[in-house]
Ligand binder design. Sequence first.
Ligand code: COA
Length: 327
Amino acid sequence: MLRAKIVGTGSYAPERIMTNHDLAKMVETSHDWIMSRTGIAERRVAASDQSTSDLCAEAARGAFEMSGIKAEEIDLIIAATVTPDYHLPAMACVIQKKLGAVNAASMDVVAACAGFIHGLSIAQAYIATGTYKKIMVFGAEVLSTITNYQDRNTCVLFGDGAGVAILVPSEDESGILSTYLKSDGTLDELLYIPGGGTEMPFGRNGDQDSTLRCIHMRGNEIYKHAVRSMGDASMRVIKEAGLETEQISLFVPHQANMRIIQAVAKRLGMPMEKVFLNLEKYGNTSAASVPLALDEAVRQGRIKSGDYVLSAAFGGGLTWGAAVIRW
Ligand SMILES: CC(C)(COP(=O)(O)OP(=O)(O)OC[C@H]1O[C@@H](n2cnc3c(N)ncnc32)[C@H](O)[C@@H]1OP(=O)(O)O)[C@@H](O)C(=O)NCCC(=O)NCCS
């Protein structure tokens, strides 16, 4: 079976910074509360003329440069997002247009914060069967468009960004060694957007409260599931890769909350020095979180050839998953 290998990564975060102090002017909160409960100091917010696919196009530059692969060579684009440019067409098609990736097929994946891990798993499966050879997996969000800036329970957490990985068949020992995906749809209402879909369409019943288009979350319950599921998924992929936790060089978790990450690391028996963190700067960027962190880790030299890298994510759905990659 062919293995998929990451040969290029890229990321982009919008220029505008929203600090905890900025948020404290909008809702009853404080920098100290947000830092102590989440580890987030600031997040990025897209400009009003920046769509999610614009962020992806910026992120793609770095990945093309690193891999030496050109847009026309790409044969599949997978875009993980819950904030696509349109309901129709898929954001991956818009990305295709912006990149000039004329030879690609394009599809979106909706698995919230676990979307990028889902994309990696799909890419791995297509490469293993020989169906596609050069695949781009994006994770990108403009969550600021679905965040209620009057709800202190959620608005302190989320930010905007994009990340991407280019995958090709591996010719050596490197590549994705194992992936695991899981969902529990019975817990859909712990983290969801109630309005705007067919369950509660806008327009049909007259004007509706615009906050129904925003993220609704039961933070405490999400927290418990996040720790349990990311820990469980991580242990499964480490075992399936035939490794012990000590052999993992770097853990790149979904950057949701510092306390969640610390609890998962503790569950795995992994020292925090081996955990890559950038949530202080970006907050939770959902599907963008893992590829943004992965790209920064690569560019900072935290990931080297031969390293075993673990990634795990968790999000609305509920969905969760993990992967072990030999770099
Ligand atoms: C949201 C979260 C930070 C809240 O932290 P917590 O320690 O669980 O806090 P609680 O929900 O118990 O709330 C404690 C109090 O703080 C208040 N509070 C909530 N947000 C606040 C804020 N931004 N500033 C100040 N106070 C806040 C609550 O209203 C509550 O007050 P009350 O006791 O008077 O009702 C935490 O639950 C969390 O991170 N959950 C996971 C969320 C997540 O990662 N979601 C995305 C998954 S992909």
